[in-house]
Each structure stands twice: as structure tokens, then as C-alpha cells.
Design a protein around this ligand. Sequence first.
Ligand SMILES: [Zn+2]
Length: 314
Amino acid sequence: MNLIRKMSVHTVAGVAAASLFLLATAGYARAAERLTKLADNVYAYVDTHGATPHNSFGANTGVIIGNDGIAVVDTLISAKEADRFIRDIRSISDKPIRYVINTHSHLDHTFGNSEFARLGAVIVSHENCRKNMLANGEANLKKAGAYGLTEKEMEGTRLSYPSLTFSDRMEIGLGGQTIQLIYPGPSHTDGSIMVYLPDKRILFAGDILFTDYHPNIASADLDSWLTVLDRVAALDAEKIVPGHGPLSANKDLADMKGYITLFDKKAKELAAASSDPQYIASELKKALPARKELEFLITANIMQRYLKKQGSKK
Ligand SMILES: [Zn+2]
């Protein structure tokens, strides 16, 4: 309001300057959504600020370009989000998109699959990721509203399942670029994989790593996850793209181990004394290191893991 009032008494030059300012701001906002270059021919969405269901909960993705075409890592939460991703890919390269690699089955990483399948991409994942999608995908799509997504946002979204799976390791040759797919054991899910570019020492960790964002640990194998994080660290990658959060390094893997260990210990103690998720969440928040996004997951993790399963071993 103030700006408009001020502009009305300004000279034409002043208005022009103000318009330029607005244009520059708009350009900046758009640029923040764009793909970040990690190395020649390797790009990613990293650290989407203000993670909400409307921007795929800030899920990161990857774009790997070889002489023979493109492989993408994850596809966001809906057909519309995938279309945004594809537009951004097309601003970098017009090579054919040959592969989609799903790091795991969760909706914010796989519900954009069909837009890439339409372009002829082969969808690759761990065998358990495909199994989980076949078992839960349709039900999750039907209840997208419960995750905070509107019908309009989900318009055109349908499931496309991985057609090529592996159990331990797989290698994709993309023409001058080798992509290693590695299953390090159960962690965030029982089908979570890592995508590694050995020549560039760039790792896409999927949701095995959340940096600065609260993680979803609801259906995880926590003991195995801690071992997996050691295995990820042993790769000694130079750049790690987490499933959610900013570009990361080995230090963030150690922080993730600390977070999981502390969360599990505290949540067990608190759940033994109370069954009120809000109370447990507020106590946990005091104990946990501060993380800027996805705070609602603290309560969700407590409800799904520590209260629902009360009396069971885990
Ligand atoms: Zn996930």
C-alpha cells in the first residue's frame, strides 16, 4: 500500500525504477525454484524454502545428463509438480529423458512418475520400492487430501510404477556418465536407495538423509538406518543431495545419526509416561536440535511410531 501511494507521487523515472525492482524480485523468486548446478551436466533442486504439501514438502530431485540422454532422480508429488520439473529440465537440455530413478516409494518422490513415463522414460527402483508402491500407492493417492493436497493440485496425477528393479546394486551407463544405484539395507523405508556418480563424487541420498528438516521416521528401521548412515559416510562423497534440505556433506550424516538416536530414546521415555502426542511433541522439541522445516513430522512420528505401537517391541 505504502509503495503504491509513494509511486503515485513519483516521477516517471521513479515508477520505472520501482517496476525494475519488482521485476528483479520476481526473477529472484523464480530463480530460487530453479535447478542448482552441482557439476557439469548434474543439477538438483535443493533446499526449497517453506516446505509444504504444495511444493512436494520441499523434496529434492536430481538431473543427470549423459551423451545418450537424461536420468532424473525422483519426480515430486503430482503431475503438476512434475510438469514444473520437466519445464526446468527443458531450460537446461532437450536430450531425451531416458530414466526415472525413484529413491523410495513415498508420494513426494514418486507421484510425478507418470509425466516422465509419458515421455518414454523407464522407471527404476529397488524391488521393495516397487512392492510398496503397488501395495500402498493407490490408497495414498486417494487420500492425498489428508496430506494437505487439493483436488486441483492433484489433477491429472496417476501412478506409474517402476518397471525395472534390483535388489543390491545396479549400474546405468548414460553415455560418458556412470550412475551407480546402491541399496545399503533398510533405513527410512525398506526400499530406500542411494544414487552415486563416482567420477564426480556426487551422491543423491534420497530420504536416507534429511538436513535442517525434521525427518519422517514413522515406518523406518531405525537400528539399520544408523548402520546405513555409516555406509553412506564411507562413500566419502564430496556433495550429498539429501531427500529434503540444503546441499550436504558427511557432517550432516553424523547429525542425522544424532537426531535419530536422540528422538528414539526420548520418544520412548515420554511415551512410557504419557499418551498425549502434543505433550510428547512439545517435550521432544525442547530436546531436539533446532531444524527449520517439516516440524509437523515430530507429532506424526510420535503418533505413528510410538503411540500406535505401544506394547510392541519397537
Ligand atoms: Zn520419504
